[in-house]
Design a protein around this ligand. Structure first.
Ligand code: NAD
Ligand code: SER
Length: 323
């Protein structure tokens, strides 16, 4: 396999932490960038890390000129809940940041760009079950609005400037290495840590709020698979729907109780409930499956076991798991 130089923005986040490691493990030289050096990830500070604000186009251009990346993974963004608390900043980071990346990529002749989109591009007028690839998209959140506009820009840069931009619409991602960064689906990460730490969790979504979710190893594998796919296989230039499974807070709590029978969940819905209710419950990802062979490996049950075992390993809760 050819080894590329790759720039990753927003590299300290939930996805970036694991994506950078996975790309490095494949032999690529990865320049991790973010607003600041991570206090949690020493390995980033030791090698190939640049402090970089994606709103600073001159700084971005300098990084591209210095490293001449063949690929760019543009992860920097404000997620849905954070974005509702600061809509102007979210628009700036999510939109102007992307346009800076696209422009600098064209100027520096970057070979491939990855743009992470989201199920938040759908809104309350989209079909909520098995949401199709192409359907009504009228998002009601500033996050969804910015990501949908971002998808349109990506397709525009492919059609008009020949930039090979590829994108997936991730569902909520569940992981244990880095905590989630301000989204509506964060509960599905926090619940595991709270289950082990205090055996109880107060959920900000109601018990039956079903959302599409995915385990991080599948998200990372799928992202790299998309980026490695032959050019002619990539037929969607907005964002591919990507799915694994769906669950509600009640269902994930029940799955955790199999390992931690004393665990208890309570419900206190807040502003994120309205956001979640405007999103799909399940996703049709047949275009990704047919075009470039997407297939998730982890079921909900396998994810729950793996999450608990790994958190227990790291945080010395191992004697609490009963299965
Ligand atoms: P995160 O919040 O964990 O990380 C985002 C990173 O971006 C942070 O480290 C932050 O410091 C950085 N950042 C913010 N503003 C920046 C700026 N101006 N310049 C440079 N860096 C900046 O997010 P994540 O969960 O890792 O998500 C990564 C991408 O994937 C985002 O674009 C997000 O919209 C998308 N996505 C994530 C999920 C999910 O469930 N995690 C789902 C769908 C889409
Ligand atoms: N997980 C993300 C969020 O909740 C969806 O893009 O914001």
């Amino acid at each position: 396999m050819k080894s590329d130089t790759i720039v990753v923005t927003g590299a300290n986040g939930q996805i970036g932490t694991e994506l950078v490691s996975a790309l490095r493990a494949k032999g690529h030289r990865v320049i991790a960038t973010d607003l600041r050096v991570s206090d949690k990830n020493d390995s980033f500070a030791e090698r190939d890390f640049e402090v970089l604000d994606v709103l600073n186009k001159d700084a971005l251009s300098s990084v591209f000129q210095k490293y001449k990346p063949a690929q760019v993974y543009h992860l920097a963004a404000l997620l849905s809940a954070k974005a509702e608390q600061n809509p102007q900043l979210a628009w700036d980071v999510n939109m102007k940041g992307l346009l800076n990346i696209l422009d600098c990529s064209v100027a520096s002749q970057v070979g491939k760009v990855f743009y992470p989109s989201t199920i938040a591009v759908f809104g309350s007028t989209s079909p909520r079950v098995n949401t199709p690839q192409q359907t009504v998209t009228e998002p009601g959140t500033i996050y969804g609005i910015s990501k949908l506009a971002g998808e349109r820009w990506c397709e525009y840069y492919f059609n008009h400037k020949g930039l090979d931009v590829r994108s997936v619409r991730y569902p909520g991602l569940v992981s244990y290495k880095t905590k989630a960064g301000g989204g509506t689906t964060d509960y599905a990460v926090d619940i595991f840590f709270q289950a082990l730490e205090s055996k109880k969790y107060a959920c900000y979504l109601s018990e039956d709020t079903t959302l599409p979710m995915m385990y991080m190893p599948d998200a990372i594998a799928g992202t790299i698979q998309l980026m490695e796919a032959p050019l002619e296989n990539i037929k969607i230039r907005s964002g591919y729907n990507l799915a694994a499974f769906s669950f509600s807070p009640e269902q994930i709590a029940t799955a955790i109780q199999k390992y931690l029978p004393d665990f208890q969940i309570s419900y206190a819905p807040d502003f994120r409930q309205q956001i979640a209710e405007s999103w799909p419950q399940s996703i049709d990802d047949s275009f990704a499956r047919n075009d470039w062979g997407w297939a998730p490996q982890f079921s909900l049950e396998q994810m729950v076991k793996d999450m608990l075992e790994n958190i227990a390993k790291n945080e010395t809760f191992s004697n609490q798991l009963s299965v």
